[in-house]
Design a protein around this ligand. Structure first.
Ligand SMILES: [Zn+2]
Length: 78
């Protein structure tokens, strides 16, 4: 059974299926950008709670650290 987005928010980076991409959205300028999960794991470890990642993000465009969100997107699967 494929899991839905909502379920994964109670999960950790380590348990997130491979076909999800992580996208950061800035709470200030609305900039969105892909995040490499390895980049997060390198800093916070693979056991990091997905709910807590948003608070750790910094916008690459305006440098904002407040109100940023982590979005999960699905890659098309062949
Ligand atoms: Zn920004």
């Amino acid at each position: 059974m494929p899991r839905e987005n909502a379920a994964d928010y109670g999960s950790t980076l380590e348990l997130l299926p491979e076909w999800y991409v992580l996208v950061a959205k800035c709470g200030k300028c609305r900039h969105q950008g892909r995040i490499e999960r390895r980049a997060i794991a390198g800093i916070h470890g693979w056991g990091v709670d997905l709910n807590s990642i948003g608070r750790m993000l910094k916008c690459s465009r305006c440098g904002n650290r407040e109100g940023n969100k982590l979005l999960l997107g699905k890659l098309p699967r062949d």
